[in-house]
Design a protein around this ligand. Structure first.
Ligand SMILES: Cc1cc2nc3c(=O)[nH]c(=O)nc-3n(C[C@H](O)[C@H](O)[C@H](O)COP(=O)(O)OP(=O)(O)OC[C@H]3O[C@@H](n4cnc5c(N)ncnc54)[C@H](O)[C@@H]3O)c2cc1C
Length: 413
């Protein structure tokens, strides 16, 4: 069946898809973004913690995020704080930020259709040639496109339907409460590391402005032992730090979601299908961070698609420029994050405490790079000079463990 025709159809209206739509629209391409939920940014499925510089580079106005200067690292028996003079990190007002991304892409000429699900892809000569949409009314519609972009998040639904070879993935489950907490210090985020807080994951408290804080736990699937809700409850009641900071707090929202972790090996361009964001596993396994990475990938993918469209279509070699530039700029960072994450699984609270103490002497900028997995020899030298005791701790933590103590292989979500 013939339907409307676009240069590009994007499956998913999250940060990856909406950023790609804006860049493509500005370049003059006709673009359709299809989002299955009735509203962009709703429900919220992320904490929104990210970096000011990256948001500024992506043109996100400063009134759409709350900035903070200090990170406190808490393990079972140690605490360390890392403070910048000027804030470097921020927490997005997720709904408004994602809606901003949507209206910006509409201003650039893209169409955004919400409450509509991509049910399947149409295939022509072995390439996606469009999508089958299912509207909330139950009506189906076929749209045609030169290029289809899978920005559908952790489930990677378009990629899986098209048979893209996706390697094993680990999945993390996150549960978070947004609280009105008048006593919480809006200049400080807290990361809680160790089994007592979140086995093989971590717990957090992110200030998000207007007297609010997001307190959450993230852990791998499949999970055993305490549920995320139980861990969250325990964190609030047993952490001396939070008990005080959350005095008089009131829950206003609950957020939950799934995040994928994988080696950055899967193809990003597969027979004309382009993959971005969580759908392509572009998440830091160490920090569970993916928003800026999704936006970066959306931008790179959109530039390569623009080049390919100018060069005759999805068959053009210019499409592959996305895969090359992404691997050059971010593949290394995510590979490092994944390896470190795998080695940290199954560690004891004593291991986390040793790590916490070894990190204490570091400068705030060095910790930023650690969280972003931006490791270089200059960074390492600086870290060793400030904290020589990190050497035995790191060797101990990164040494492979006997197979019996290794965590289970991946779960599917
Ligand atoms: C609890 C939690 C906390 C997190 N905290 C942080 C954090 O603090 N900082 C950070 O940087 N990252 C964080 N992340 C990760 C971050 O949220 C993701 O990496 C980011 O959202 C990826 O963006 P995306 O556009 O690729 O995917 P998504 O944001 O998941 O967007 C995909 C969109 O596609 C839509 N969709 C899916 N299938 C279809 C279909 N068939 N048809 C139409 N639409 C479809 C979905 O509804 C969704 O809106 C967190 C994740 C979780 C789960």
């Amino acid at each position: 069946m013939e339907g409307a025709r676009f240069d590009v159809v994007i499956v998913g209206g999250g940060p990856a898809g909406l950023t790609a739509a804006n860049v493509l629209g500005e370049a003059g391409a006709t673009v359709l973004v299809v989002e299955k939920y009735p509203e962009i940014g709703e429900p919220v499925r992320t904490s929104g913690g990210t970096w000011i510089r990256d948001m500024a580079e992506h043109g996100i106005p400063a009134d759409l995020y709350h900035t903070f200067r200090r990170i406190r690292l808490v393990t079972a028996g140690s605490e360390a704080t890392f403070e910048h003079r000027e804030a470097r990190a921020c927490v997005l007002d997720v709904r408004r930020a994602y809606q901003y991304l949507a209206s910006r892409s509409v201003r650039a000429g893209a169409s955004v259709r919400t409450g509509t699900t991509v049910q399947g892809l149409s295939i022509r000569k072995g390439r996606p040639s469009g999508a089958v949409l299912r509207h909330a009314s139950g009506r189906t519609e076929h749209v045609r496109a030169e290029v289809v972009v899978d920005a559908s998040g952790y489930a990677a639904s378009a990629s899986r339907r098209f048979g893209v070879p996706i390697g094993p993935r680990l999945y993390g489950l996150g549960l978070e409460e947004e609280l009105e907490a008048p006593a919480y210090d809006q200049d400080e985020a807290v990361l809680f590391l160790g089994r007592q807080f979140a086995p093989d994951g971590y717990a957090w408290a992110f200030p998000c402005g207007r007297g609010r804080v997001r307190v959450g736990v993230g852990m791998p699937l499949p999970r055993s032992g305490s549920s995320p809700a139980e861990l969250l409850q325990r964190l609030r009641s047993e952490s001396a730090h939070l008990r005080e900071a959350l005095a008089g707090a009131r829950r206003v929202e609950v957020h939950r979601g799934i995040v994928p972790f994988s080696q950055p090996r899967d193809p990003l361009v597969w027979h004309g299908l382009v993959r971005v964001g969580d759908a392509a596993g572009q998440v830091s396994a160490l920090a569970g961070e993916g928003i800026r990475l999704a936006m970066d990938a959306g931008t790179m993918a959109a530039r390569a698609i623009t080049g390919a469209l100018e060069d005759g279509g999805p068959g053009s070699a210019r499409l592959r420029e996305y895969e090359r530039s992404w691997r050059r700029s971010q593949g290394r960072e995510l590979r490092a994050a994944y390896r470190v994450h795998r080695r940290m699984l199954g560690r004891s609270d004593a291991d986390w405490e040793r790590l916490g103490r070894a990190l204490r002497p570091l400068a705030a900028g060095q910790v930023d790079r650690l969280l972003r997995s931006r490791y270089s020899s200059v960074w390492l030298m600086g870290v060793l000079m400030r904290s020589p005791r990190i050497i035995p701790v790191a060797i101990g933590l990164l040494r492979p463990r006997p197979p019996s103590t290794r965590p289970e292989r991946s779960a599917s979500a």
